[in-house]
Design a protein. Structure first.
Length: 247
């Protein structure tokens, strides 16, 4: 007993410190340093400047206004582009904003913020910077609905600009459409530009549509190619409506 007491008097403080250090290390590991982080926060908190409520409100308002300014700049740039595109068109045209688009029918239809009061009629065609967007299928006094060229039910008479090979386009619910040819061995290759054809009943001839991405001449029952639409179908905000009643 006397020996144990002498040993404790000699090494007891070291044992206690060792156990304390190991226990503290295990505790910090188990809590992933949360206690230390919390202690640090309360230690440095008095040293951090605390903005007044009025200052915080002002900062929030400034950030909100900056976001609004950035959005207006983006819209202004888009309007500049659509106006430049409109000026290049030979036919009478009307710019219109896209005001509605269903998430589950994103590639099928859009609603425009212009209608019969602006002179829009069913059958008018719709384009955007780059080319064909679709055609008007329904009109109210202040809105109109557009069937997009990317809709699977859409059919567009088309031709290869380089060789005048004829066919038709069908939508594929994406920024790409499929072109099927009347000729069994069409003269077409990747990069060829695709236009609406002169025999189309729904669209005027010569409207740019897109360009060929891939070619499959072995496709049955008719050769087909994948065409990427040149109009920005996935993020339409403004379009141009052209008078057209078909043939």
């Amino acid at each position: 007993m006397f020996t144990v007491r002498r040993w404790w008097d000699r090494y007891g403080s070291q044992v206690f410190l060792t156990v304390l250090v190991i226990g503290t290390a295990l505790f910090i590991r188990q809590t992933q340093g949360a206690v230390v982080s919390e202690l640090y926060y309360w230690m440095v908190r008095p040293l951090q400047p605390r903005p007044l409520p009025e200052e915080r409100l002002t900062n929030a308002r400034v950030e909100e206004l900056q976001a609004e300014v950035d959005e207006l700049e983006q819209q202004n740039e888009q309007l500049k582009q659509i106006l430049k595109y409109t000026e290049k068109q030979k036919l009478p045209s009307l710019t219109a904003p896209v005001v509605g688009r269903s998430v589950d029918r994103w590639w099928n239809q859009v609603t425009l913020g212009r209608g019969s009061e602006e002179g829009i009629k069913v059958g008018y065609i719709v384009t955007g910077p780059g080319g064909l967007v679709g055609r008007i299928i329904q009109v109210t006094p202040n809105t109109s609905r557009v069937l997009l060229a990317s809709d699977p039910t859409s059919r567009v008479g088309a031709m290869v600009g380089r060789t005048r090979e004829m066919g038709f386009l069908r939508g594929a619910s994406s920024e790409k459409v499929v072109m099927e040819f009347f000729n069994k061995v069409p003269n077409v290759k990747p990069g060829d530009k695709i236009l609406t054809s002169s025999v189309s009943h729904l669209y005027p001839p010569g409207t740019p549509v897109g360009f060929v991405e891939t070619v499959d001449l072995e496709k049955s029952p008719a050769p087909e190619v994948v065409v990427k639409l040149s109009a920005p179908m996935d993020y339409l905000e403004w379009v141009v409506v052209h008078p057209y009643q078909g043939q």
